[in-house]
Design a protein around this ligand. Sequence first.
Ligand code: SAM
Length: 249
Amino acid sequence: MKSGKVYVVGTGPGAVDLLTIRAVEALKKCEMVIGYHLYVNQIIDLLVEDKQEVVYSAMGREVERCRQAVDEAARGKDVALVSGGDPGIYGMAGILLQVAQEKNPSPAVEIISGVTAASEAAAVLGAPLTHDFSIISLSDLLTPWEVIEKRLRAAAEADFVIVIYNPRSHGRSDLLYRAREIIMGYRSPENAVGMVRRAGREDQQHWQTNLEGLEQLIEQADMATILIIGNSKTYWQQGRMITPRGYEL
Ligand SMILES: C[S@@+](CC[C@H](N)C(=O)[O-])C[C@H]1O[C@@H](n2cnc3c(N)ncnc32)[C@H](O)[C@@H]1O
């Protein structure tokens, strides 16, 4: 029997032309595609008709999804486990490796990186990530809020550009209000902020603001929104958010 392999495929921010060629090739050659239904729907047209078995999975079923991918690979199938954005950034790569390593023998695994939401949002806004930055998720489903707060304080104090993923964890907007308050404890109200909803997709929206103005925008943030809080040198000019790297002009 041939041995199967699990490909953990990053599907980018939600537009097919933002998948890598490597990701598309992996999807086409696999015999089974497993993923959260929204991500599978985004790439369904790339699959080879009648070739792949497609398994749609629900939110919260991540461990089961990985077990199924690993079991099918153990039975000899090449399986694509799809993961939005980059699978190594709040994605399926970690849990898949943990599940695969529990299995004896563990199947071969290949992780195929993808365009993460931060990269695409930065491209939409201008060039806000051209200096040191930190990425913080406000989701307190798997991380205690005290840990999130501690990281927000540290990043704000150290003057990192701060990228915020999951600004609305289980639909709650209070987390973003609290994160803004914390960051404002270390930064000026004029500190540049950019917000992007559905980056890279047809119905993408973005906003130019600062920490003061962010308060008025928070209710517009949803589960497909990302924020980039500039550092103290970041500025908006002609609608573009720029973090200078230090070059002399
Ligand atoms: C569980 S994380 C997954 C991140 C993904 N692995 C990545 O690399 O982009 C989900 C969060 O990513 C962000 N996100 C994903 N796609 C996005 C998009 N197209 N536009 C804006 N934010 C996005 C949102 O903050 C969302 O709440």
